[in-house]
Design a protein. Structure first.
Length: 290
């Protein structure tokens, strides 16, 4: 929002998890929203809409007054409003850069397409089967924490024979390499970074977020690799994404692409990446067709 303000471009942010901080009115084909400081957004004034992680999960914290008791019902209600706004923007070709929702980029699909461009460790989605003993990486297919203790499940090396077959699992061959790499893709621009230190015992770098250990540096991956990133993202019909790899082996090993991946910690003091994202939102070529 600050970047748009610096450019004197009117912009409005709607946080559905704080819905009660706004006034909202939708009549017929038009709507109007006013925030807590008096900024007003009218549908007739909208030229572009960007939906970044708009859906509320069951576990989402609602920053609302204690007077609201039916929080799960409210989350479902707001998610349906989200889809109404998505449809409104799609009908007018106003949605830019991000696909609303992650359904366009399932793990099996993104990894199948990735095999055309990169080395991809084999994966298995399974339950109900007892598999032979083998060291693999177990990863979650959901971002929800565990209900019993509220902890998040991160990638971990396990013996797949020890996994409880009554639960669903996503497991993957251990990638060849010793260092994490992440690539930010913004409308044809490719930015490559590598973790500052080798993996060692660290299997999932996300557990270092918010600590001094979470340090990244630019990675010169070469023009051929950058071209393959661009070709892959075009094949996936994605204008934006953060792609994760393991490097240090013979070839970079593709792990996944997050179509709404966070990137703030990779940016410099000039906010080069954030400005690039702002440019992409304003570019009609990033219009998302639904």
């Amino acid at each position: 929002m600050k970047i748009f303000a610096q450019r004197n471009i009117p912009a409005f942010r709607l946080n559905l998890d704080m819905f009660n901080k706004y006034q909202f009115m939708w009549r017929g084909d038009e709507f109007e929203i006013e925030d807590c400081v008096g900024h007003v957004c009218r549908s007739s004034d909208i030229d572009a809409m960007a939906f970044y992680k708009g859906l509320l999960s069951i576990d989402e914290y609602l920053d609302i007054d204690d007077e609201y008791s039916e929080t799960k019902w409210l989350k479902s209600w707001m998610n349906n409003l989200y889809y109404c706004l998505v449809r409104y923007g799609a009908q007018r070709n106003q949605i830019r850069l991000w696909h609303p929702g992650d359904f366009t980029c399932s793990k099996p699909w993104q990894m199948t397409v990735a095999k055309e461009f990169f080395e991809v460790p084999e994966f298995t989605i399974h339950w109900g089967f007892s598999l032979k003993s083998k060291q693999v990486i177990a990863k979650p297919l959901t971002c929800r924490p565990l209900e019993t203790n509220g902890e998040m499940l991160y990638a971990k090396i396990v013996d797949r024979a020890q996994l409880d077959p009554k639960y669903p699992w996503f497991t993957q061959e251990i990638a060849d390499g010793d260092r994490d790499a992440t690539i930010l893709y913004v409308n044809g621009h490719v930015h490559c970074y590598q973790f500052a230190t080798p993996r060692g015992e660290l299997i999932d770098w996300r557990i270092t977020q918010g600590t001094e250990v979470n340090k990244w540096k630019p990675w010169d991956a070469g023009k051929d690799f950058e071209n393959r990133i661009d070709a892959y993202m075009k094949k996936m019909n994605l204008k934006f994404g953060r792609l994760d790899f393991i490097i240090g082996g013979k070839e970079p090993q593709f792990l996944e692409v997050n179509p709404v991946g966070q990137f703030g910690w990779l940016d410099d003091e000039k906010l080069t990446l954030h400005n690039e994202v702002a440019d992409a939102i304003l570019d009609v070529s990033t219009t998302i067709k639904i």
